[in-house]
Design a protein around this ligand. Structure first.
Ligand SMILES: NC(=O)c1ccc[n+]([C@@H]2O[C@H](COP(=O)([O-])OP(=O)(O)OC[C@H]3O[C@@H](n4cnc5c(N)ncnc54)[C@H](OP(=O)(O)O)[C@@H]3O)[C@@H](O)[C@H]2O)c1
Length: 313
């Protein structure tokens, strides 16, 4: 059967463009929801031609985007207002992740969208002191309250972030540990993107309306990751703190004036407590099969980033 249209919200983002790639690979037609200011270059290079311009803070634009014909069979929501990617755009803040997502759910309900796949965050229901996480839980609750069919993928921390600080360090034999000594749930974005595409196209309607943790098979630590990089590259990689102690000491002062840094510090403080791990991997296994291992993800990451093979430097 030919796959239908899937609208991707936040398509220009790091994960969003991976989701687009995964959907295209499965034969879906992708409708990329972007802002007027979004950079479309990567999406166009992937072959996307169907763009709708909308902003989560503008309900009218969302309504227009979600009622575009032919209608999409699913919406995958990967946008985030509180990230480094968008921090330079005036008006982006946690309002986007709260009010903006409410607007999206309302527009989807009004347009009769058959399902929303929400990119959520691991343990977001237990992190009320972290706005970045708590807003995901608020959106999950609002999806249920409005009876909008959904599947929330509660992802662990990305191995590859919008500003990838891993590859340049690993080239120098160092794995940068964001929160040294603490195990946390993690995932590599192409794996999460593959799940999001499956959730949009293949997961049966009977499995909707739940939240599913999405992580590797075991929580990751710096030493575990450094060992996996050592094996993948065939040369030693050691784990070292990503931030020097002096930087950590001044961060709270700077954060008073920089909201994104404040968000990040709240995240780090919360992760330090040790709660950022999956407590239920069964749903992930039931829906998507055996979770990727750290070894598999790191080996793939090394190939994707050109750290191994003929182009390695
Ligand atoms: N990083 C992690 O470790 C992690 C872990 C778990 C879950 N997640 C979740 O993964 C998702 C994707 O993260 P990412 O790192 O790929 O994000 P990203 O690269 O920062 O991309 C953010 C996207 O959101 C769009 N956006 C921002 N404000 C918007 C608005 N008002 N209206 C419409 N679109 C808007 C941006 O568009 P522009 O291009 O126009 O700026 C961009 O496409 C997020 O939902 C995040 O919470 C991340």
């Amino acid at each position: 059967m030919e796959a239908g249209i899937v609208t991707v919200v936040g398509a220009s983002g790091t994960l969003g463009s991976e989701i687009v790639r995964a959907l295209l690979k499965k034969g879906a037609r992708v409708r990329a929801m972007v802002r007027a200011t979004s950079n479309r270059t990567k999406l166009e290079s992937l072959g996307v031609t169907d763009f709708v311009v909308a902003d989560l803070m503008d309900p009218t634009s969302l309504q227009r985007a979600l009622t575009a014909e032919p209608r999409a069979q699913a919406v995958v929501a990967s946008a985030i207002g509180s990230s480094a990617h968008t921090a330079r755009t005036k008006g982006d803040n946690s309002r986007t992740d709260n009010e903006g997502y409410r607007n999206l759910v309302d527009a989807a309900r009004n347009a009769g969208v058959p399902r929303i796949v929400l990119i959520s965050i691991l343990e977001c229901d237990k992190a009320s002191e972290v706005p970045l996480f708590h807003n995901k839980f608020v959106t999950e609750q609002y999806l249920a309250e409005r009876r909008q069919p959904y599947l929330a993928l509660r992802a662990g921390a990305f191995l590859d972030r919008a500003r990838d600080m891993v590859a340049p360090k690993v080239r120098k034999g160092v794995f940068p540990e964001i929160v040294p000594g603490v195990a946390m749930g993690m995932i590599y974005t192409p794996d999460l993107a593959r799940y999001a595409a499956q959730a949009a196209l293949d997961v049966p309607a009977s499995a909707l309306n739940q939240s599913v943790d999405v992580c590797w098979d075991v929580p990751a630590t710096g030493p575990l990751l450094a060992a996996a990089f050592t094996r993948a590259l065939g040369r030693p990689v050691v784990a070292k703190p990503a931030f020097p102690p002096l930087l950590i000491a001044v961060m709270p002062l700077v954060a008073r004036f920089v909201p994104t840094l404040r968000d990040m510090l709240a995240v780090l403080a919360w992760i330090r407590k040790g709660g950022y791990v999956s407590r239920d991997s069964q749903k992930q296994k039931d829906l998507f099969g055996e979770p990727p291992t750290i070894e598999e993800a790191v080996a793939q990451y090394c190939r994707d980033k050109g750290l191994v093979g003929p182009t390695a430097s």
